[in-house]
Design a protein around this ligand. Structure first.
Ligand SMILES: [Zn+2]
Length: 183
């Protein structure tokens, strides 16, 4: 690990401790050249399995970019997007597996995005869940109304995220998302 201050190639670990309830290790390092200290975090790589069968590392930036498209022209600030991506990562990691299907990442985005901005949520959901008619929008809007005002900054739960807080008339969300093509 190169020293971020002087670029020296070697550093010494001075302290290691668990972080994020054991999901990561945080190490305090000291540069053997300039003596400055810095911290590294080691955590398992979370792989996302795309529909094409290819896996790629989970990327918060990618979540932000995807959601930012749906937020164009909406009053959503970049900090809120970064926070959303963080929540998505927490939700996906909480599943406890090292590899998750890309649909699951999309599902984890829907809940927090709905709280953030309903218009952006509808845009994202229409692409992600492959809305094919005005009726799909109507059903989703009826659902939003039934759910009432956004609960605000609630703690994300797997239930809230996967279900999106709504009951899609008993329709299994997986069946719909599975039918969609492309990434
Ligand atoms: Zn150094």
């Amino acid at each position: 690990m190169r020293c971020p201050f002087c670029r020296h190639a070697d550093s010494r670990v001075v302290d290691s401790r668990e972080a994020d309830e054991g999901q990561a290790i945080r190490r305090r390092r000291s540069c053997t050249s300039c003596g400055k200290r810095f911290t590294t975090v080691e955590e398992p790589v979370l792989a996302v399995l795309k529909r094409s069968g290819v896996t790629e590392p989970f990327s918060r930036d990618k979540v932000v970019r995807g959601v930012a498209r749906a937020c164009q022209g909406r009053p959503v600030d970049p900090d809120a997007l970064a926070q959303l991506a963080h929540r998505v990562e927490e939700t996906v990691r909480a599943g406890g597996t090292a590899e998750v299907p890309s649909q699951e990442v999309g599902m984890a985005i829907l809940g927090p995005l709905r709280e953030l901005d309903e218009v952006a949520y509808l845009r994202f959901a229409s692409v992600y869940r492959n809305f094919s008619s005005v009726a799909d929008f109507e059903a989703e809007i009826a659902d939003l109304r039934a759910a009432g005002p956004a609960p605000g900054s609630g703690v994300p739960t797997p239930d809230g995220v996967v279900g999106g807080g709504g009951d899609h008339a008993g329709e299994p969300a997986g069946a719909r998302t599975g039918a969609r093509t492309g990434d």
